[in-house]
Design a protein around this ligand. Sequence first.
Ligand code: FPP
Length: 255
Amino acid sequence: MSLSLKSSNPNLVETRADIPRHVAIVMDGNGRWAKKRFMPRFFGHKAGVDSLVKTVLACADRGIDYLTVYAFSSENWKRPTEEVTGLMGLVLVAVAKYLTKLADKGVRIVIVGDRNQVSDKLRQAWEQAESLTKDNTRITLSVCFNYGGRWDIVQAARAAMQAGVKPEELDETKLASFMSLAHAPDPDLFIRTGGELRVSNFLLWQAAYSEFVFTDCLWPDFGEAELDAALASFARRDRRFGGVKDAPAASLQSA
Ligand code: FPP
């Protein structure tokens, strides 16, 4: 694995094997963070947006090329109407407050998820965020909204069928080309804040060989120190992708 570490001097490209190219985050714990402060859950989500903006810039500074975050899952519709409406409204507030800053800092924003169920206003805000930042190259922030890993696999299978892909032509590479994160390599590092030890239907296909870091830190408290701790843990991992280190791969015929 050889990865490039960006520098303020564009001509200087160092090679670093220990920095993940793609980090994915389940930003959990906003509700508990607010509760600890005797505030409504929405207050936690609002603080979560600030944490997200800080994190994407910190990732860019560390040479990470892709950050993918779980902002609203296909299952989050089960939450109280007030909270769902609040999260939808928060997207509009976040775009108004931070879009120019992120665009100026070289962040490309991509929204991933089922856009059919959301309001026209929200769709327009996403389109604005995507079109304003489409030529940026410093880091790609994929915001998964109304997203689920199972939804993604199903929509990819449907899209492949609609494109006329024949069953015998379908393999992992072909199906991956129809997945909603086809613009990014698979995540190297998968972080979940908030203390829960589960994947919650996030990146089921793409996280097949991700390294996992679970932290008790609640998302609004996540900052550079927690990011660096996760990166340090990642740097210590021995990634084998199902193989054996320093041993030649067997061929199918030798089985
Ligand atoms: C999980 O915490 C968090 C969410 C369901 C929402 C995450 C959203 C943000 C951080 C805001 C990002 C928004 C935009 C506009 C990109 P939880 O509510 O499940 O917390 P809990 O486990 O403590 O109850």
